[in-house]
Every structure is written in structure tokens, then in C-alpha cells.
Design a protein around this ligand. Structure first.
Ligand code: IMP
Length: 175
């Protein structure tokens, strides 16, 4: 695969900030008594950080790490747990915080294993969704932006571990 780098801003930083605040307001409306957020590392770490700071009310959080992608831009179709949660989910209102749903393989795996831990409710907030790439249908209650089938980086998302630090979402192309 050719070396890729960010070539075009797809979603500017201020648009992301506004949308994250809207998502937080929606989550608070649905769960006024508080939520337990689970960020999926590493891609969701910036989304999580902004989301919690926009959320009113009681918020607890945890992190889980899975790996589904090899080094390039295509999925291996295989999900591995790299870091499990620190806390139990019994009776909690849980929102999974994901960077992007692409094929849906990672999220459906996660939902299956988390559902088995008896949360009271289990919902998902994804900053980005690429519906045209879906291989597994998986409901997502809070979606930031729907994007086309292009590989994107920034705001936590990487290409070969680079570009997570960009404040906006950019499309990659040949260097
Ligand atoms: P899925 O299992 O195919 O839905 O892929 C989910 C994971 O793949 C995401 O959590 C991302 O880490 C990664 N991913 C999918 N599409 C992109 C992209 O366009 N840029 C960066 N990472 C991506």
C-alpha cells in the first residue's frame, strides 16, 4: 500500500465540537440520572474526553481496548480483546463510545460481550459512521456524522498510528 497522508479536511474542528455537544445533550436527555461511558481505545480517546466534558449530571467511565485492524486501512475481520474493563456493568446505563463504525464487526463483538455483563441499558455513541461499508448490521443510537467510504484520520483516528492528534477529521490520500 502506498504511503498515505491527510490531504483534505472533511470535518473541521469547530463542527466536531458543536456536534459532540449535541450528542452529549441527547445522552443527558435520555439518561438524566447519569451514565457509565466505555471508550474503545485507542481511537475514541479524544471523542471521550470532549464528550464527558460536555455531559451534565453523573458520569463514570471506563476503557476497553480491542484490535480489529492490521497496519493498513482494511479490516482483518478478526477482533481481539487487548484490555478488558476495570468495572462491572451490572444494572448500569452504559454507553459505548466509539470513534467510527465501518464494517460493524468490532461494535457487534463488543456489544455481545458487554450485554452478557448485565447492564440495565446498553447504547452506543459513534463519532462517525460509514454505512456503505457495513457487513454486520448493528444499531447505533448516537451518531456524530455519516461519512462516505473514504479512510479518515484525526480527532483520535489513525493511519499506522499517525495523525490522531489532528483537531479535525481529514481524508487520506497518496503522499
Ligand atoms: P469495524 O470493525 O470495521 O467497524 O471497524 C472499526 C474500527 O476500525 C474503528 O474503531 C477504527 O479504529 C477502525 N477504522 C475503520 N475505519 C477507519 C477510518 O476510516 N480511519 C481510521 N480508522 C478506521
Amino acid at each position: 500500500m502506498a504511503d498515505l497522508r491527510p490531504v483534505e479536511v472533511l470535518i473541521p474542528a469547530d463542527a466536531i465540537q458543536r456536534r459532540v455537544a449535541e450528542l452529549a445533550a441527547g445522552i443527558h436527555r435520555d439518561f438524566p440520572d447519569g451514565v457509565h461511558l466505555i471508550a474503545v481505545l485507542k481511537g475514541a480517546f479524544i471523542f471521550m474526553a470532549d464528550l464527558v466534558r460536555s455531559l451534565e449530571g453523573k458520569v463514570s467511565l471506563d476503557f476497553i481496548a480491542v484490535s480489529s485492524y492490521a497496519k493498513g486501512t482494511t479490516s482483518s475481520g478478526e477482533v481481539r480483546m487487548l484490555k478488558d474493563l476495570d468495572y462491572a456493568l451490572d444494572g448500569k446505563d452504559v454507553v459505548i463510545v466509539e470513534d467510527i463504525v465501518d464494517t460493524g464487526i468490532t461494535l457487534s463483538y463488543l456489544k455481545e460481550i458487554l450485554k452478557a455483563r448485565n447492564p440495565r441499558t446498553l447504547r452506543t455513541a459513534c463519532l462517525l459512521s460509514k454505512p456503505s461499508r457495513r457487513q454486520v448490521e448493528v444499531p447505533v443510537e448516537y451518531i456524530g456524522f455519516t461519512v462516505e467510504d473514504r479512510f479518515v484520520v484525526g480527532y483520535g483516528l489513525d493511519y499506522a498510528e499517525q495523525y490522531r492528534n489532528l483537531p479535525h477529521i481529514a481524508v487520506v490520500g497518496p503522499a
